[in-house]
Design a protein around this ligand. Structure first.
Ligand SMILES: [Zn+2]
Length: 245
C-alpha cells in the first residue's frame, strides 16, 4: 500500500533555544537529507496540493536565521520554499503587540528588505503574513483589508513580484477573514494539523508544525510510503489535534 497524500511543513525559527517555535539547524539539515535520499518530491507551495506524495516547506515570520541557516541547506538540494513575512516588522524583531509575553518565546531579528528581495530573486517565494501580525479574527472588515493590502503592496514593491501565498497569524480566522484572504491570494495556509487532499480548500490549507516532528522517527513516519507507517503518522496527527486543540 502506498499513500499519495501530500503535506505542507511549517517551520518558524532555526536556533538552538529549544522553544516551541525553534528547531536546531542540524535537525533541519538532516530532514532535508532524508527528503533527498528518499526521492520525496519537494515542490512549491502552489503545486503541493495537486502533486501526490509531495512536500512543501514553509517558514512563518521571516526570521533572520532563515536567511543564515535554512537558505544554504535548501540551496544545497535545490528545494523550493515559501517564507511568510510581516511587512511592518521586516528589519526589526518579532515583538509585535500580540506577541505573548513571559512565555519563553525568543525575541529575535527578522530579515530586512534587502535580504527578502535577494531571496525573492533567487527563487524563494515571499508570502504575506499581514502587516503587524494581529489576531485577524478580532479585527473589523476595513482593518482586515488594511492588514492585507498594506502588506501585499510592501512585498510587491520590494520584490517586484505579485504575492500569491498567505499564512494566517496564529492560524486564526473566521469566515469574513477567510473570504477577504480568498479574494486576494490563490493559496492560504492555516495551522490545522493534517495531510492535504486534492479537495483541500485553497484558502485553508492544513499544515504540519515541525515542532511535533523534531524526533526523526516521527518525521520519517510522516513521509513514509509504507501503509503501517502512514497509518501511525495519521494516528499521531489525530492525537495531537486532540491534545493541542
Ligand atoms: Zn507568525
Amino acid at each position: 500500500m502506498k499513500h499519495e497524500r501530500s503535506c505542507i511543513l511549517t517551520y518558524h525559527s532555526m536556533d538552538s533555544s529549544g522553544s516551541v517555535i525553534s528547531i536546531r539547524p542540524e535537525v533541519f539539515r538532516d530532514q532535508l537529507e532524508y527528503l533527498a535520499e528518499t526521492g520525496t518530491p519537494v515542490v512549491p507551495l502552489h503545486a503541493v496540493r495537486d502533486t501526490p506524495g509531495a512536500v512543501a516547506i514553509t517558514f512563518d515570520d521571516g526570521y533572520r536565521n532563515f536567511y543564515e541557516h535554512a537558505v544554504p541547506a535548501l540551496r544545497k538540494h535545490g528545494f523550493p520554499a515559501t517564507v511568510f513575512v510581516v511587512s511592518e516588522y521586516c528589519g526589526r524583531r518579532n515583538d509585535w503587540p500580540t506577541q505573548p509575553r513571559n512565555t519563553g518565546l525568543p525575541i529575535m531579528d527578522l530579515m530586512d528588505w534587502s535580504q527578502i528581495a535577494e531571496l525573492s530573486h533567487n527563487g524563494i517565494d515571499i508570502g504575506c503574513h499581514t502587516a503587524t501580525h494581529p489576531h485577524l479574527d478580532q479585527l473589523s472588515a476595513p482593518e482586515i483589508e488594511m492588514e492585507l493590502s498594506v502588506s501585499c503592496a510592501a512585498i510587491e514593491d520590494r520584490t517586484g513580484k505579485p504575492v500569491l501565498t498567505f499564512a494566517y497569524p496564529y492560524g486564526e480566522f473566521n469566515p469574513a477573514v477567510r473570504e477577504a484572504v480568498r479574494r486576494r491570494f490563490p493559496w492560504a495556509c492555516s495551522t490545522r494539523l493534517a495531510y492535504l487532499s486534492t479537495d483541500s480548500d485553497p484558502a485553508d490549507l492544513p499544515r504540519i508544525e515541525i515542532y511535533y516532528l523534531q524526533k526523526s522517527f516521527w518525521f520519517k513516519q510522516l513521509l513514509s510510503t509504507s501503509g503501517n507507517a502512514y497509518l501511525a503518522a495519521r494516528g499521531m496527527l489525530r492525537g495531537l489535534r486532540q491534545t493541542f486543540k
